[in-house]
Design a protein around this ligand. Structure first.
Ligand SMILES: [Zn+2]
Length: 335
């Protein structure tokens, strides 16, 4: 009896040491909808987005518009809501904003699910879908950068929507944001934060995905990893949730190398989450690190590890599910 008591005490001490409890106790539900994130579907989206036909998806060019059409058709098919102001899911950005040639424009793609309890609060899951276009004869397919993140956002949206269809709407709203103009200077996300569809102060977190389909040289022997960048910069609570979700469900190696303030790569400043962070929104940037094909025409779909892409997408989905369903929005740390 005493041993049992001691054992129970020991176990409860252990669980106290888990830094942040998850509020989502209905894990079966979350796991069920994660099954909607399908490895084959990820692959299909990715091959299409990164095909030569899309000509490297350069901002304002034909291939980027084709990607826009693919995304909007997808959200229409899923029956996600389009913002009232952008009924076709397209937030058109004038060409001058990016210094595009006269007469050209580009667009972000936005689709959302309205929350049941806190509809005015929003979790934003973002990925840029533009890339570098064509140089000479070379198509920059951008399979990892960032057809991988784009496909992940699409599948996460499908998982949330499947839950909605069964009556399990998230407590707060979730916006799926595909931004343009990243490669030329984070323009699409900058435009969004100055023309938001949910108030920026009601934007609880931005989970930004930019390159999650490959393995960098450092992790070749142990590919089940992901770099997290920015998670502890504005909200310790967000950081701890990301850690707890991983510890309880995945056991990925969370690598914080690029999160260091003095990291010379400065990745924290180099993808779309930064525009949210600058406006006080807690962020996590999910990233697999650079590799030999980074920003080269050799960043092609057959080099993606699709099982790994699925695993990382599941991890982001679980984190999103928790953030969208907690009783209180994650707290921003005092300055
Ligand atoms: Zn990128």
């Amino acid at each position: 009896m005493r041993i049992l008591l001691l054992f129970t005490l020991f176990i409860s001490l252990l669980s106290c040491s888990a830094k942040r409890d998850l509020e989502n106790k209905d894990e079966l539900l979350m796991k069920k909808y994660a099954e909607e994130i399908d490895t084959e579907d990820l692959k299909e989206h990715l091959y299409l987005l990164a095909s030569d036909v899309l000509e490297g998806r350069k901002t304002g060019e034909k291939g980027q518009k084709m990607a826009t059409n693919y995304l909007t058709a997808y959200y229409k098919h899923l029956e996600l809501q389009a913002p009232q102001k952008y009924p076709e899911y397209e937030q058109t950005i004038p060409g001058e904003y990016f210094n595009l040639a006269a007469g050209k424009s580009s667009e972000n793609v936005l689709a959302y699910i309205l929350g049941s309890d806190f509809p005015e609060e929003v979790l934003i899951i973002s990925a840029h879908f533009d890339h570098l276009g064509i140089k000479g004869e070379m198509v920059f397919n951008g399979a990892d950068d960032n057809a991988s993140g784009t496909s992940a956002v699409m599948e996460i949206a499908e998982a949330f929507q499947a839950a909605v269809e069964d009556g399990h709407r998230p407590k707060r709203s979730v916006l799926f944001l595909h931004v343009t103009g990243e490669e030329s200077g984070l323009y699409g996300s900058r435009y969004y934060v100055s023309h938001p569809v949910f108030k920026i102060e009601n934007t609880v977190t931005n989970l930004n995905i930019d390159m999650i389909g490959r393995v960098d040289p450092k992790h070749e022997d142990k590919p089940e990893y992901i770099y997290l960048i920015g998670s502890d910069r504005l909200s310790q609570e967000l950081h701890e949730i990301a850690e707890t979700v991983n510890r309880e469900h995945f056991g990925l190696k969370l690598d914080y190398t690029f999160n260091k303030e003095n990291d010379p790569n400065r990745f924290y400043y180099r993808s779309d989450h930064y525009n949210f962070a600058q406006n006080g929104v807690p962020v996590i940037f999910y990233f697999n690190g650079e590799h030999a094909d980074y920003h080269r025409p050799t960043d092609t779909p057959e080099k993606i590890d699709y099982e790994l892409l699925k695993l990382r997408t599941d991890y982001i989905f679980y984190t999103a599910w928790e953030l969208a369903n907690r009783s209180k929005r994650v707290a921003v740390d005092p300055k």
